[in-house]
Design a protein around this ligand. Structure first.
Ligand SMILES: [Zn+2]
Ligand SMILES: [Zn+2]
Length: 253
C-alpha cells in the first residue's frame, strides 16, 4: 500500500486552503494509487490552516483515507512552544524536521553560500546533532527528511555513515519512525532522503519507516513513491507505518 503523509496544501503560501485546492491534491493521489494521504503544512503558516476544507475535499474521494498533520520546524529549547502549537489542532501525525542550524536556513537556496564557510564533516556532525536532539525530545511521530543537509549536494568525502549511526541508534531505541521522502530527487542532491545506504542500515536496526513526497503542489503528490517501494522491498521492508489520531499502525508496503 502506498502512503503519502507529507503534503503541503499551502505550499510556501502559494495557495489558500480551499476545498478545490485540496481536491487537486487528492485527485493526483488517486491517480498515483496512493491509499492514505496526509497533509502536513509548515507550522509557520498555522494561522492559515483549515482542516475542515481538507475533510470536505476528502468526502469526494471515498477510497482515500485523508489525514491531517503538521511539519514542525525543530528549534532546540522551544519544546514548550512547539507542544503548545501542536495542541491547538487535531493531528493524526506530526513530522519533526530540522531546517535550521543556528539561525541559518540551510535548505533555502538564498543562503546556499554559507556552505562554503563550513568544513563539511563538521557541518554534517552539527546537523545530525540537531536531529539526534530532536529525536530525543520524543515530540514527533515522524522524523522528516533525515539527511536533508545533503540537499545542495555538499557532501563530506566520507564518514556520513559514522555520523548518522548514533542518530539511527536513538531512533531505533526510542522506536521512532523515519520518512522516506522523494523530494530530494528534485534537488541538486538527486537522491531520496535518507539515502539507500542509510535505509539499509536503518532496516538492520529494525527502524520503522513511512512515505512522503513533500509535495508543495498537486502535481508532485505521490511522486516516485512506486519506484521507492520497489527499492524498499529490495532492502527487506515489508511494512510501513500509518497514523490516525497520533496512533501508529503497521500496514503492508
Ligand atoms: Zn521539511
Ligand atoms: Zn515538507
Amino acid at each position: 500500500m502506498l502512503i503519502d503523509y507529507h503534503l503541503h496544501l499551502l505550499g510556501h503560501e502559494d495557495r489558500k486552503a480551499t476545498v478545490e485546492n485540496a481536491a487537486e491534491f487528492l485527485k493526483q493521489a488517486e491517480n498515483r494509487n496512493i491509499k492514505k494521504v496526509g497533509f502536513s503544512d509548515h507550522q509557520r503558516f498555522y494561522k492559515q490552516f483549515d482542516f475542515s476544507v481538507i475533510q470536505e475535499a476528502g468526502t469526494y474521494f471515498p477510497d482515500l483515507e485523508v489525514k491531517t498533520g503538521i511539519e514542525m520546524n525543530y528549534i532546540p529549547g522551544q519544546e514548550q512552544r512547539m507542544t503548545n502549537l501542536m495542541s491547538q489542532f487535531y493531528l493524526d501525525h506530526t513530522i519533526g524536521s530540522v531546517h535550521y542550524i543556528g539561525d541559518w536556513p540551510f535548505d533555502h537556496p538564498d543562503y546556499r553560500e554559507e556552505y562554503e564557510k563550513w568544513d563539511l564533516t563538521e557541518l554534517y556532525k552539527e546537523y545530525f546533532s540537531y536531529v539526534k536532539e530532536m529525536v530525543e525530545t520524543g515530540l514527533f511521530d515522524i522524523i522528516g527528511h533525515l539527511d536533508l543537509i545533503k540537499v545542495f549536494d555538499f557532501r563530506p568525502e566520507e564518514g556520513v555513515m559514522e555520523l548518522v549511526e548514533p542518530v539511527l541508534e536513538v531512533i531505533a531505541r526510542e522506536d521512532q519512525v523515519i520518512e522516506v521522502n522523494t523530494n530530494g530527487l528534485n534537488k541538486p542532491a538527486e537522491e531520496i532522503y535518507p539515502s539507500r545506504r542509510i535505509l539499509e542500515r536503518a532496516y538492520q536496526k529494525g527502524v520503522t519507516i513511512t512515505l512522503g513526497s513533500d509535495a508543495h503542489s498537486a502535481e508532485r503528490v505521490g511522486e516516485n513513491l512506486d519506484q521507492v517501494r520497489e527499492m524498499l522491498k529490495e532492502i527487506g521492508y515489508r511494512e510501513i507505518a500509518a497514523f490516525s489520531d497520533r496512533e501508529r499502525e503497521m500496514v503492508k508496503l
